[in-house]
Design a protein around this ligand. Sequence first.
Ligand SMILES: N[C@@H](CCC(=O)N[C@@H](CS)C(=O)NCC(=O)O)C(=O)O
Length: 270
Amino acid sequence: MFVSKFRVPVRLSVVCTRYSQTVANMQSERAMKRGSTCPPPPGPGKLRLYSMRFCPYAQRTRLFLAAKGIEHETININLKYKPKWFVIEKNPVGKVPVLEKDGEIVFESLVCNKYLDHIYPENCLTPSDPMEKMQQNMLLSVFDQMVIGQFYSYLKASHEDEFSAVSKKLGFGLQHLEKALTQPFFGGSRPGALDYNMWPWFERFCMMPNRSEELSVRRVPRLTAWMERMFEEPAVKACHMSPELYAQFGKTFREGNPDYDAGLERWSSL
Ligand SMILES: N[C@@H](CCC(=O)N[C@@H](CS)C(=O)NCC(=O)O)C(=O)O
């Protein structure tokens, strides 16, 4: 698998505490669950993110927040045993990410990110040129349909035949992105909306066993170099989780009892 050549820095979730909570009942990143009391709304002008530490969609928004340097507080949600208040008051679909500010609620990762660019226009990550914006939207659609879906199918595959069929489709989607990448980043000389909206799944490619020629470095040299550059970006570093931590969470998820607080043990007494 083409990411195997990277040395992914091993970090614990301590990096995420940089953007952590400020209200009294949010002293840790521990996920709030069923039976908990709805926290009071954030103060005037304050932004709050409802998140789950291992959710790639929430990571999209965390990356935007970090890249744009937006101050915020975070409440993590236990998505297996969701607090009633979360579904009733924050998102009827019950998913993260959700943003809350001055009585407004915004959900869906891509909508959240557009909202952030709208209300914090400094360092806008979305292209201003209409054609460029459309092209990024189309590439994101390719990514959503041909990469994200196949990524999960790959993780679930159990037979050689399945691996090979999924790898072919995934390889095809990656080839399309490879051809579209003509500059250091999809956003040009710096990462933009498309880079950050796709990144969470690339970071998770380390979870894929090395299976197929379709996914080798030789087939996607530009994407490989892009990943190396992305790993160096401060926003990516700030939101990064180690492969070990993903594996720890993934194991509990597959066993049907996701440990949303995995990796926080060491910090619980601080
Ligand atoms: N289309 C949504 C997907 C978000 C999503 O699927 N989040 C997952 C966690 S990774 C979730 O909240 N799942 C809870 C559930 O499905 O009940 C987005 O882009 O925000």
